[in-house]
Design a protein around this ligand. Structure first.
Ligand SMILES: Nc1ncnc2c1ncn2[C@@H]1O[C@H](COP(=O)(O)OP(=O)(O)OP(=O)(O)O)[C@@H](O)[C@H]1O
Length: 230
């Protein structure tokens, strides 16, 4: 990609920490984390349950604020963080009364995209997630894997510059989970987004370029020399 410019730096965490509660009951979910996500990065955050993966992701998403240190998004300009960051959650997140296509189009319409264009972009996003033919199905009529692909299509249709996914395959069998991850990565490539995925599944983690390891709230290592995590 050549020399990195500030606009390529999607998220920067500098000694970012998050403590829940106070006094003797305080839990340090994330200890001063130093990490960065750049355009084109594909990062898996791995570690045991309770090690702070979701908390770190929420800090990077701007869904939560650090109790110490700093999280900034130098390269995310030209819109609000919620427009520029796409978040995929673990569980079912589609609105039951809307079809797959309507679910994908809804955030675009909320963003002010005209009806017809929103519908066209929704269909294109469904296509790129290999969901052609399922556009008119209700969430109830989809398998868990298909529903999660629709949820990914809904995120990617907004053309986010950063995709943050918290255990996106956590409720899927491993084969379906791998398929969802493969189409997620391909679709993220199409829109040129950086991708960070928390996962317990080491096979899924292997599909990404870099792995950040967390233990007891600390970002302990990264398996790629010279990248963002320290
Ligand atoms: N809202 C909260 N209030 C108090 N403690 C919390 C809260 N959310 C998380 N924690 C604690 O912070 C620590 C890190 O939690 P986090 O959910 O980030 O871990 P995780 O690695 O994502 O776990 P899992 O893999 O089980 O999802 C845990 O000890 C957890 O109990």
């Amino acid at each position: 990609m050549g020399v990195m410019s500030a606009s390529d730096l999607l998220v920067s965490c500098e000694d970012a920490a998050r403590t829940y509660g106070r006094g003797s009951g305080a839990v340090v979910a994330v200890h001063g984390a130093n990490c960065a996500v750049k355009r084109g990065d594909r990062i898996a955050v791995v570690g045991p349950s309770g090690s702070g993966k979701s908390t770190l992701l929420h800090l990077m998403a701007g869904l939560d604020r650090p109790t110490a240190g700093r999280v900034s998004h130098p390269g995310l300009t030209g819109g609000t963080l919620s427009q520029l960051i796409g978040i995929v959650f673990q569980g079912p997140s589609l609105l039951p009364p809307l079809t797959a296509a309507e679910n994908v189009a809804l955030p675009l319409r909320i963003d002010g995209v005209p009806e017809e264009e929103a519908a066209a972009r929704a269909l294109a996003a469904l296509d790129s997630l290999a969901l052609h033919g399922l556009a008119d199905r209700l969430p109830d009529e989809l398998s868990a894997g298909q529903a999660q692909r629709v949820a990914v299509a809904r995120v990617l249709a907004r053309r986010p510059r950063l995709v943050l996914a918290d255990e996106p395959t956590g409720q899927l069998d491993s084969e379906t989970g791998r398929q969802v991850m493969t189409v997620l990565l391909a679709a993220a490539d199409e829109v040129g987004a950086g991708v960070v995925v928390t996962t317990h599944d080491l096979q899924i983690a292997q599909e990404l370029d870099t792995r950040w390891h967390m233990a007891d709230g600390r970002l302990v290592s990264s398996d790629v020399e010279g990248d963002g995590a320290q």
